[in-house]
Design a protein around this ligand. Structure first.
Ligand code: AMP
Length: 398
């Protein structure tokens, strides 16, 4: 049997999501998550075939969690494991595509940690732990930012003095690249158009949210910027605010940077607006029960999303369609309806029944007859990471 399995690892500061992906058929024979690492409550949740298991791993760290994974992966994969693919959040300008992690790549990922201090060090922990446990296998890094390295300067530069860009790397990078890449390629396949001759607007709406304009398979603009805070309203992130807000909060309330950082990243967005929850399901229910905060949060979320899509349309010469993905994009009939209602100028209109049908992993077109295409496409970042990992290893061997 051809070697087609890739172990995909997504390390957070206290968690690891993992999936053994069969790139031949897109199946995940084994997947799960380790969470609360480095605490007495550390635990691994597994799904192996149709069995579910929860294994306590008191005070286990990243290496302990991966070590617990190892025998199961070996049992399943035997000699069919090709490589380990790691999601790495920030590749800075050094990485325009996935790469095998050699010493130079390791140094560059480490250098990009200045731009993603919470994420890149955790991603490196995963790479180091996996390399120690699977020394014979290539470790491949797949970057959230790499897909957006095709942005032209007029889309990625801020109107700031040049030295901040040239000396400090202050520019727009964009994130969720793996997902935007995957869903727009799928959308092109669903519509029967070649991806390298297609034009899409993509909305990835999960706990983090971003939009992306994709022309001929390349990202040409996106809503997230220097960090994943810029752009849309998200679960707990504010998205765009007037940058003078920082000065106001410091002067008027005496807040320091840490307090402001926490406000904008953890206390704002849907949670801050609604005063209730960051979870769209909870907010939809509360809206149905007449909760004013939840109603406002959803309205602001959808209006800001539509405004971002309209702005990104400037980057496209034409439009093959709009793609919704992520937990909210794949499931929220209401958010899709409220958002598209603001986009009539672009000849985008929904069919209510088709919109209702595309939930819970069902993909398909949801536009009304005569409208430009609007597609729901479930994202599959693990599969995309696995495919890029395999391609990278094959290119290295060629
Ligand atoms: P993700 O980060 O992609 O897992 O997405 C998480 C978001 O998707 C949360 O705000 C969830 O409330 C939202 N979500 C998941 N399922 C549904 C659903 N059936 N209806 C509305 N929102 C949903």
């Amino acid at each position: 049997m051809a070697a087609s399995l890739v172990l995909v690892i997504n390390c957070g500061s206290s968690s690891i999501k993992f999936a053994l992906v069969d790139t031949a058929d897109g199946e995940f024979p084994l997947h799960g998550m380790a969470e609360r690492l480095n605490s007495p409550q550390a635990v691994i949740h597994w799904v192996i075939g149709d069995q579910r298991r929860d294994v306590a791993l008191p005070d286990g760290d990243h290496k302990a969690a991966l070590a617990a994974l190892l025998p199961h992966v070996q049992e399943f994969a035997g000699d069919r494991l090709v490589a380990i693919g790691h999601r790495v959040v920030h590749g800075g300008e050094a990485f325009t595509e996935a790469c095998v992690v050699d010493a130079a790549a390791h140094r560059a990922i480490s250098a990009a940690a200045a731009l993603a201090p919470l994420h890149n060090p955790a991603n490196l922990l995963g790479i180091d732990a996996a390399a120690a446990l699977f020394p014979a296998l290539p470790q491949v890094a797949v970057f959230d930012t790499a897909f957006h390295q095709t942005l032209p300067p007029h889309a990625y530069r801020y109107a700031l003095p040049e030295a901040l860009y040239t000396e400090q790397g202050v520019r727009r990078y964009g994130f969720h690249g793996t997902s935007h890449n995957y869903v727009t390629a799928r959308a092109a396949a669903m519509q029967g158009v070649p991806v390298d001759a297609s034009a899409w607007l993509s909305a990835h709406l999960g706990n983090g949210c971003s939009t992306c304009a994709v022309l001929n398979g390349r990202s040409v603009d996106t809503s997230m910027g220097f960090t994943p805070l810029e752009g849309l309203v998200m679960g707990t992130r504010s998205g765009d605010v007037d940058p003078n807000l920082h000065g106001f909060l410091a002067r008027e309330l005496g807040w320091d940077l840490e307090r402001i950082d926490s406000l904008l990243n953890r206390e704002s967005g849907l949670l801050g607006l609604s005063g209730l929850s960051n979870d769209m399901r909870t907010l939809e229910q509360a809206r149905a029960d007449g909760h004013a905060g939840a109603t406002l949060a959803i309205e602001v979320f959808c209006y800001r999303l539509a405004k971002s899509l309209a702005a990104l349309a400037c980057a496209l010469p034409r439009l093959d369609g709009l793609v919704f993905t992520g937990g909210i994009g794949e499931n929220s009939v209401l958010v899709r309806e409220r958002t598209v209602a603001h986009l009539q100028l672009f000849n985008l209109r929904l069919d209510a029944e088709r919109n209702r049908r595309c939930v819970g992993g069902t993909s398909g077109p949801i536009q009304a007859d005569g409208s430009a295409a609007i597609l729901v496409v479930p994202t599959n970042e693990e599969l995309q990471i696995a495919m890029e990992t395999r391609a990278c290893v094959q290119a290295m061997a060629a």
